[in-house]
Design a protein around this ligand. Structure first.
Ligand code: ADP
Length: 274
């Protein structure tokens, strides 16, 4: 499912004395099956964009196309359930959204709310709990007896159990230690690869964007200022500096490696010719 934001503008508390403009002429093209990162500093508009992706917010200008559905600024929308089911959002600290007595009930809540039978919802719970790397036995536990990392995995299983076509990740590694961070990022990457899920990673971590994303959009002061392949965008240090961003370490490392290999290969060729 493709998602296309066209000239989106958004103001919070529009037409009140507290009106606050958050987005200006945002254009983002997210292609089906791709891993797309949206990056930028705090306050650049990432969360506001994120909430448009499953119509939690509606644009005050422009339009957004989510699969077949087109949401146009100023036009009333009736049925957004399908959009909400197809685009699953893993919010920051997703464990804060766990609330049922057992993990099983928690995972089943979303699908049953969307009309899936209890039996099918339970099947999904068993399937997805394994997919996020947890043992089935955990389904009978209270979500509040789990470790932080386990809670996060349960919350992710809950989003996957809705069988979305697109998964949006909002700073998914916030508050985790480096090992937990890597595990969660690798989990998402393998889900993306194995299930051909479209992934949208909203983050201020340029390292994660450089490591995992196929495509990237840079947000700056409420505008989408660059879109393209991370390697390409990150190689323009001058342009990045305009947006107060630096070339991520992983790109610097790759470049220095290439430079060394290139250099040595050059030397090798020379030696052979001599
Ligand atoms: P980011 O996710 O990149 O940190 P946000 O989308 O949260 O950026 O914020 C973009 C702008 O919108 C900021 O200036 C922020 O202060 C403002 N903003 C965000 N949420 C609200 C809100 N609920 N009411 C008013 N202004 C908001």
């Amino acid at each position: 499912m493709d998602i296309k934001l066209q000239e989106i503008g958004y103001s919070y508390a529009k037409d009140t004395p507290f009106e606050k403009r958050a987005l200006y002429e945002v254009n983002i093209d997210i292609e089906n099956g791709k891993y797309h990162a949206i990056i930028g500093h705090t306050g650049s508009g990432k969360s506001t964009v994120l909430q448009h992706l499953n119509a939690l917010l509606k644009p005050t200008e422009g339009q957004i196309q989510i699969g077949e559905k087109v949401i146009v600024a100023g036009k009333k929308e009736k049925d957004l359930r399908e959009v909400r089911q197809k685009v699953g959002i893993v919010f920051q600290f997703p464990e804060h959204q766990l609330f049922e007595e057992t993990v099983l009930k928690d995972i089943c809540f979303g699908p049953m709310n969307f009309g899936v039978s209890e039996e099918d919802a339970q099947k999904r719970a068993k399937h997805f709990i394994q997919m996020v790397g947890l043992d089935e036995a955990i389904l009978e536990k209270s979500p509040f007896d789990l470790s932080g990392g386990q809670m996060r995995r349960v919350a992710i299983a809950g989003v996957l159990a809705m069988e979305p076509e697109v998964v949006v990740l909002d700073e998914p590694t916030a508050g985790l230690d480096p090992r937990g961070r890597q595990e969660i990022m690798e989990l998402f990457y393998s889900l993306h690869k194995e299930r051909n899920l479209t992934m949208i990673l909203v983050t201020h971590s340029m390292e994660d964007a450089a490591r995992y994303a196929d495509e990237m959009t840079i947000m700056h002061e409420g505008r989408s200022v660059m879109q393209g392949e991370p390697r390409k965008l990150f190689s323009d240090a001058q342009k990045l500096a305009e947006y107060r961003l630096e070339v991520p370490h992983i790109i610097q490392f790759q470049k220095s490696l290439e430079a060394q290999i290139g250099h040595n290969l050059g030397k090798l060729c020379l030696t052979e010719e001599e």
